[in-house]
Design a protein around this ligand. Structure first.
Ligand code: C2E
Ligand code: CA
Ligand code: CA
Length: 721
């Protein structure tokens, strides 16, 4: 039965504009004449009448079906109408009941009303009165039914909300005006190990880690304001030492309850949600440690060493002091690697690293540049003699043999030393000069140290020669582009190529880009080279597209120096337009170091390129400064996982950094390309980690355009030949 709706209700009913509401009425009366008149006087569209003449029959009918209303005679042949009432109330039935009493007995009426009847009509009744009483009873019954339905829905919705809050993976809570828990979902026990009841009425501050307490309370002391805060929460400990920081990092959002309209009007206190972000924090920490440390020895890497050196130079300059850079290279290290294997080589490097650090003082920095090369910064040197004694000490501590698993090995190092300000005043110069001095030691018998002397700088002459040759190379057209395929594992086809520069010198032979690009950057030739590369690669892509390879993507390497020029964005867009290429199929590879330094508005340029539809990839992702913050600021489309990580995948196990990187890429919705793939095992592991596009010698080496054209025409099989 439906509710009478919002229209006014007319008890007398005749002209009511209601929609027809079906409604069943049971008449229980042993007077056949009455039974016949009731339907006539009470009839309305939608009303249906059943009749019966005794308590027994009435109960039979009520057992079979539900009615909206029972018109119940008091005096019936087998018992009084009260028995029917009793039967109904005993079963908590919802039928409305109107008692028809012929008796003038007040007792019967009172008994009936007590027994649950809704109203009564006394015989002889007026038709109008009977109609009114019936209409009223039906109306009331309808309202009650609507009410019941409503409260059931409310209950269900309340249950649903409660359920959602209770199963939420986030911590959800309310605090009173004093910051004490008034509600807390059960998540707290899994997250922090507390029983939630035990925290009720406790201050939220009691689960905040000591180091974050002050920040939290500062926020809390500004009532009426929402805030979001990254915070460490303390796990429950029997003997809690809150300083030990075994905690969970959460992102906490708190909203004052005045903004939340509760059923009782605005409340006081806070409503809050805390999300566990420990995993993300760990990934960030791994990556940021990774950015500044060497994976094998956990020593600072080149980037961190350079940072510290630059800082130390600035300080030494200010106080007019001296500092030293040592370059230490392990002698005959290749021999260990080749004869005992990489595992032994790694163990030896770790051993050497730890002996080197034992020879140093607290403020000194020992770094591993890569391979068997270490650098040492002594930031505060009084006289060159001090440095000499450190060098002697290093050589002495290495005197005792290292125990390798198959043999003992006596490691020695060759050390070159450069002093600030005598031998240079920039980090690069000092490292290079220490390196040059180290080479001298190598050539004259190893296991010794030597200070830099200016005449050692013969590299200098090579360098000037290279510069001149490079300028000529560009004029003489000795540069060429090669292309290396990028294949999609799932699609089993070449989806892109990376353009790589090649320089073949008529006398010196082929010179690798890692040698000449830094020179081009320094002498200001890189801008022209990049423009040439762009032109050449776009022309080539247009050619391949004309040959039917319309989905092919072309990746180009840009130098950070290109971003110093205002017109890089226009140059790129102009070139892509001129060759009528879809911009998304040109991918510009930029390095992480570029993102570190935004002095030239690099982010804005990257954004402009992206807005123009070009793809942008971060090259060598993970080796440099990969921090999530940069990914947020730079709207790149792809990350290229550096070869050094791929190399470490050994088929069975993933690398935590690669999984962190792939997780991040997925989180930011970025494409991934793995570079330097050389082994089948690496392909499998990368595939498992969700990286589909790969580039490396396993598939194809960079090759000239004609060769790549044949691969494109012949598909993946063609590359195998
Ligand atoms: P990159 O951008 O990281 O390029 C990938 C390098 O890895 C290429 O070296 C490629 O030949 C090499 N490679 C590809 N697959 C494998 C593999 O499976 N194993 C190993 N070990 N290496 C692999 P390449 O051509 O010597 O280039 C070196 C770097 O020079 C490039 O590194 C890039 O930074 C720079 N470079 C090359 N061409 C250009 C260019 O046109 N413009 C600029 N600005 N830089 C360029
Ligand atoms: Ca590249
Ligand atoms: Ca790369």
């Amino acid at each position: 039965m439906a509710i009478p709706g919002e229209q006014p209700f007319h008890p007398s009913g005749g002209r009511s504009t209601h929609a027809v509401t079906p409604c069943d009425i049971l008449i229980v009366d042993d007077d056949p004449a009455l039974c016949r008149t009731f339907p006539r006087v009470l009839g309305r569209p939608g009303r249906r009448f059943d009749e019966c003449a005794s308590v027994g029959e009435a109960i039979l009918r009520l057992e079979r079906q539900r009615y909206d209303l029972v018109l119940l005679d008091y005096r019936l042949p087998d018992a009084t109408g009260l028995s029917v009432l009793e039967w109904l109330t005993g079963r908590a039935r919802e039928e409305a009941v109107i008692l028809i009493s012929g008796e003038d007995t007040t007792d019967a009426v009172i008994g009936a009303l007590r027994g649950g009847a809704d109203d009564y009509v006394r015989k002889p009744y007026s038709v109008a009165h009977l109609q009114r009483v019936v209409d009223n009873a039906l109306h009331k019954a309808a309202l009650e039914a609507a009410n019941r339905a409503m409260s059931q829905r409310l209950k269900a919705s309340e249950q649903l909300h409660r359920y959602l809050v209770e199963i939420s993976p986030d911590l959800i809570f309310t605090l009173d005006a004093e910051g004490r828990f008034t509600y807390l979902n059960p998540r707290v026990s899994a997250l922090l190990g507390y029983d939630r009841q035990s925290l009720m009425k406790q201050p939220f501050a009691s689960i905040v880690a000591a180091e974050d307490l002050e920040r939290f309370e500062a926020q809390l002391s500004r009532p009426g304001r929402s805030f979001t805060l990254e915070l460490r929460l303390q796990r429950r400990h029997e003997d809690a030492d809150r300083r030990l920081g075994d905690g969970v990092t959460v992102s906490l959002t708190a909203i004052p309850m005045e903004h939340v309209d509760g059923p009782l009007g605005p409340a006081s206190g806070l409503y809050g949600v805390a999300r566990d972000i420990s995993e993300r924090k760990r990934a960030e920490a791994i990556i940021s440690f990774q950015a500044y440390h060497d994976q094998l020895t956990h020593l600072p890497n080149r980037a961190l060493f350079k940072d510290r050196l630059e800082l130390a130079i600035a300080q030494a300059r200010r106080r007019g002091g001296m500092l030293a850079v040592m370059f230490a290279d392990v002698d005959r290290f290749k021999l260990v690697n080749d004869s005992y294997g990489h595992a032994e080589g790694d163990a030896l490097l770790r051993g050497i690293a730890s002996r080197l650090s034992e020879s140093l003082r607290r403020g000194d920095t020992l770094a591993r540049l890569g391979g068997d090369e270490f650098t040492i910064l002594l930031p505060d040197v009084e006289r060159p003699d001090d440095v000499e004694s450190v060098a002697r000490k290093i050589i002495a501590t290495l005197g005792a043999p290292f125990k390798l698993s198959r043999a003992d090995f006596r490691a020695t190092v060759s050390i070159g030393i450069a002093l600030f300000p005598r031998d240079g005043d920039s980090a690069e110069d000092l490292i290079r000069h220490a390196d040059i001095a180290m080479y001298r030691v190598k050539r004259s018998g190893k296991n010794a140290f030597r200070f830099f002397e200016p005449e050692l700088n013969s590299h200098h002459h090579d360098r000037i020669r290279l510069e001149n040759e490079l300028r000529l190379a560009f004029e003489r057209d000795e540069l060429e582009l090669h292309y290396q395929p990028q294949v999609s594992l799932s699609r089993k086809e070449i989806v892109g190529v990376e353009a790589l520069l090649r320089w073949t010198h008529p006398a010196l032979g082929s010179i690798p880009p890692s040698t000449f690009i830094p020179v081009a950057e320094e002498i200001g030739l890189i801008g022209e080279i990049s423009a040439w590369v762009m032109e050449c690669a776009c022309r080539q892509l247009a050619e391949w597209r004309a040959a039917g390879h319309t989905a092919l993507r072309m990746s180009l390497n840009l130098s950070p120096h290109d971003f110093g020029h205002r017109d890089i964005v226009d140059t790129v867009i102009d070139c892509v337009r001129r060759h009528d290429l879809p911009p998304a199929q040109i991918e510009l590879e930029i390095t992480e170091s570029l993102m570190m330094n935004d002095s030239d508005g690099v982010a804005a340029k990257v954004r402009a390129l992206r807005d123009a539809g070009l793809s942008v990839a971060i090259d060598d992702f993970g080796v440099g400064y990969s921090a999530l913050a940069y990914l947020q600021k730079f709207p790149v489309s792809t990350i290229k996982i550096d070869r050094s990580f791929v190399r470490e995948l050994n088929g069975q196990a993933g690398n935590p950094i690669i999984s962190a990187i792939t997780g991040i890429a997925r989180g930011f919705g970025l494409c991934m390309v793995a570079e330097g793939v050389e082994e089948v095992g690496q392909v499998e592991t990368l595939g498992d980690l969700g990286c589909d596009v790969m580039q490396g010698y396993l598939f194809a080496r960079p090759a000239a355009a004609e060769q790549v054209g044949r691969w494109l025409d012949g598909g993946m099989e063609a590359m195998a030949d």
